[in-house]
Design a protein around this ligand. Structure first.
Ligand SMILES: NC(=O)c1ccc[n+]([C@@H]2O[C@H](COP(=O)([O-])OP(=O)(O)OC[C@H]3O[C@@H](n4cnc5c(N)ncnc54)[C@H](OP(=O)(O)O)[C@@H]3O)[C@@H](O)[C@H]2O)c1
Length: 432
């Protein structure tokens, strides 16, 4: 169904998501393999609600040990940083009645054990009985059969004595039911300890569960006066070696890296993760309206899935048979200007279970994403240089006439990285 005999890899689709359709087929698409997919136009208001990173909870009801063990559970969760996507990064610590840690674990790759199962198995391997113990877990245990059986069942069977949860799971398939099942089995459950840490570690998962789109983090290397390249396009390198190494960590944690035809043709970047030890390369998303990026571009060198969004269908002319495209999937999603419909592109990536999308592009695409209110977070490396002119990283076609209408940001952090500054900011979308 829906396959095209184009001479290169074909794909198929299944399951009930609403936005992406394979070409020559009305089958809805969610799990996608290599092939060509036409994205139908669906109007949807841009998301305006931010995940609440500053959520306040009454954390006084827990004692110092509770805080300590939950902080350790978050340490565990961080070990799943490059591992667990599209599942959330979750950690679990099991403490026995004597106050001794008997098991710990974190989420494994999708389809393998969740943090609670890892921790229970760890306890058993240590020769410990988890019955009556306290379980500290950074996200509500799952209550449904997904890729793995429900964690609630394992906790109930292990007869644990109490469960402390950082925050409930926004996944509609769980969303309080895990807590309910545990309580129904007579296990006391408390929720809300260090919830913010879980949300920060899983911004992409929370965003996708709530808004069906990835968390969009735009990375820019900029001069102090706001330019990302010279007028001739040269941008390598504005920032120093340490800043570029730091940028690799942000690439590594993303599910996918996004760039544009213009940047790929100008810079020929590999856009992969090299200096961070990671079990998987993030997927690559390329916006190439007219399919003009040559097969020889270095972005095709890495062994990873590539999603190309285009305004035209691929043919033997623009997708030569020698294309190094073992894992390429095409999506045809034009807007009315012959470019890519960015809203549809993001909806499609949500269906492809992309939690965090890391954008490295020039001013045109960055500005288009900002104007459309699709950017959640800016990751700016600011070099102590003035260019005095060049390609600005944000330039809007419609300008505010009132300062109050400026796109508002909220600082998350500012740290020195070598000679540069790393600035992170949330983009605050006004409620409409
Ligand atoms: N300093 C940094 O952090 C940094 C990072 C990356 C790039 N750069 C520099 O940025 C420069 C390129 O910037 P640029 O502004 O020319 O290009 P860009 O922002 O990287 O990409 C713009 C291109 O994206 C494609 N696109 C598809 N759909 C779009 C849509 N709906 N809206 C906007 N763009 C869409 C279009 O190309 P098609 O029509 O061909 O598809 C368009 O030409 C290069 O010099 C590069 O070195 C700097």
């Amino acid at each position: 169904m829906g396959e095209r005999n184009t001479g290169y890899n074909k794909g198929f689709c299944k399951t009930g998501a609403k936005t992406c359709h394979i070409s020559h087929s009305i089958e809805p698409l969610c799990k996608i393999q290599a092939g060509i997919h036409v994205v139908p136009h669906i109007f949807q208001a841009p998301h305006i609600i931010k995940p609440n990173l500053s959520m306040q909870t009454d954390e006084n009801r827990w004692n110092d040990l509770d805080h300590h063990y939950m902080a350790m559970a978050h340490e565990q969760a961080r070990q799943a940083m490059y591992l667990s996507s599209p599942n959330p990064r979750v950690g679990c610590i099991i403490v026995n009645a004597g106050g001794r840690i008997i098991g710990c674990g974190h989420t494994q790759p999708a389809g393998e054990a969740h943090a609670e199962i890892q921790a229970l198995n760890d306890a058993l391997q240590n020769g410990e009985d988890p019955a009556g113990s306290i379980v500290y877990v950074t996200l509500e245990p799952c209550s449904h059969y997904g890729r793995t059986p429900p964690c609630t069942r394992a906790l109930i069977q292990a007869r644990v004595g109490r469960v402390v949860i950082a925050t409930s799971d926004p996944n509609p398939l769980v969303n309080g039911q895990g807590i309910e099942q545990l309580r129904h089995a007579g296990i006391p459950v408390e929720v809300g300890l260090l919830a913010q840490s879980t949300q920060e570690l899983n911004v992409g998962f929370f965003k996708r569960m709530r808004h069906k789109k990835p968390w969009v983090r735009v990375k820019i290397a900029s001069t102090l006066d706001g330019y990302l390249a010279l007028p001739n396009g040269q941008s390598q390198w504005i920032t120093g070696e340490l800043a570029r190494q730091d940028g690799q960590k942000w690439r590594a944690r993303a599910c996918a890296l996004l760039s544009s035809r213009a940047t790929v043709v100008q810079d020929d970047p590999k856009l992969d993760v090299r200096t961070v030890s990671t079990p998987r390369q993030p997927k690559l998303v390329l916006l190439d309206s007219q399919l003009r990026v040559p097969p020889s571009a270095r972005i095709f060198d890495a062994n990873r899935s590539v999603y190309i969004f285009a305004a035209v269908s691929p043919s033997t002319q623009n997708h030569p048979s020698n294309h190094p495209s073992g894992q390429i999937t095409y999506f045809v999603a034009p807007n009315s200007h012959g470019k890519i419909d960015l809203n549809q592109m993001l909806e499609c990536l949500g269906q492809l279970e992309i939690n965090e999308l890391h954008v490295e592009a020039g001013g045109t695409l960055t500005s288009a994403l900002l104007s459309g209110k699709w950017v959640d977070e800016l990751l700016i490396y600011l070099a102590p240089q003035l260019m005095g002119g060049g390609i600005p990283w944000a330039q809007f076609t419609t300008l505010p006439t009132n300062l109050a209408d400026n796109l508002q940001l909220k600082w998350l952090e500012h740290v020195a990285i070598g000679n540069d500054l790393r600035l992170r900011a949330l983009v605050m979308h006004p409620p409409t």
